[in-house]
Design a protein around this ligand. Sequence first.
Ligand SMILES: C[S@@+](CC[C@H](N)C(=O)[O-])C[C@H]1O[C@@H](n2cnc3c(N)ncnc32)[C@H](O)[C@@H]1O
Length: 425
Amino acid sequence: MRIDIMTLLPDSVSHVLGESIIGRAEKKGVVEINAVQIRDFTDNKQFQVDDYPYGGGWGCVMMAQPLKACLDHIVEQAGERRRRVIYMSPQGRPFNQGEARRLLRDYDHLVLVCGHYEGIDERFIEECVDEELSLGDFVLTGGEIAAMAVADCVCRMVPGVLADEECFTGESHWDGVLEYPQYTRPEVWEGRAVPEVLLSGNHENVRVWRRKKCLERTMDKRPDMFEKLQLTSKEDLRLMDEIKKERGLEPRIFDYRRGESADLDRIMEIVGSAQRFLASQGLDQWQSGYPSRAEFERDMERGWCWVFGDEGQIVSVMAIVPEDDPSYAVIDGAWLTPGGNYTGIHRVAVSEDCRGSGVARQMFALAEDLSLGWGRASLRIDTHPGNRPMQRLLAKCGFARCGSISLASGPEAGHERIAFEKVLV
Ligand SMILES: C[S@@+](CC[C@H](N)C(=O)[O-])C[C@H]1O[C@@H](n2cnc3c(N)ncnc32)[C@H](O)[C@@H]1O
């Protein structure tokens, strides 16, 4: 991997990256990192790299000419490579471990452009930059700290930089969890002892203890990451049960009953909040008036509408439909039970304050119980291709992704949906 950092502060960059593990890797020739002075490529006698912004305002803007000349020089020197020119910018996509893995997998030459002052002339970005990456939602005075973070993170995964792949594959953010706690000598410090299991010499017990800590820490420190985890291994599920029991975390139990006309106002409130949530995710699902009040009225007449509540307040709604759905007649993929003896789940909406509360699991469990009573072989449901939270939830609840279908009727007729099925018998 070769990384060129275009900067006005090459000495600072070289100093930091020349130290420690990355510095040693460079000396071994495993990675090559160059800090290139943009100022060396100006075409004016004053070595000026910035100028006033057109339109007025504070500060200066870095000029396109020295940036382009600097980049041309780097490209000429490096020759034909799998290259990516990246502008470090607070407006870029947030950088993370996944982005670092992508850069290492897809390229062997990164050019990291560091801006200063008010930033760089937009025309350089349009002409020369492949992508923008940000260190986070805050503004730094220059791109160097961000570029060094990217260079460090990418380089430490290059084979030969660390002693073993496990050094980074076992760390936080590699597979969606945070790392377990670490301890070193002495065994007791300030009255605090190292957990006994780590002194036991039993490698299997150590491994299981560490996995449990990874799950616990992710749950406590990064609930956003924990929410996205799809735990499927028996061991993880058992460890999660253990953690919940230890913490006295019993699942919240919601009441349920068939929906009645008096519930319609509240149901439409919940649907409205679900529609706003979907719009905020950039999805066009439920943005054309579906599901309407009339749909829920029809569900109620047929006994299909179910509401779940907590302390007298309705928190979610769904239709459990024991009839064939024309949208499921044709699938690009394959249903698990081609016979078609299924119950459909539709119009699922959960109030904003109860997302993640476990109510959706209980809703699916009710659909399952009713369906078993009706002698149905499976449950079927569909969701928008971009509705990742719903897809994750369905996977967690044991539904399998079967393919894509096209909605047969309603204002979203013809729209593609991802179809899921759970076999019951
Ligand atoms: C003061 S900032 C310019 C901010 C710019 N005026 C804006 O509001 O989007 C100067 C330079 O610092 C770098 N920078 C600032 N914040 C950054 C961040 N969060 N991630 C990556 N680079 C950043 C960029 O290279 C940027 O050109």
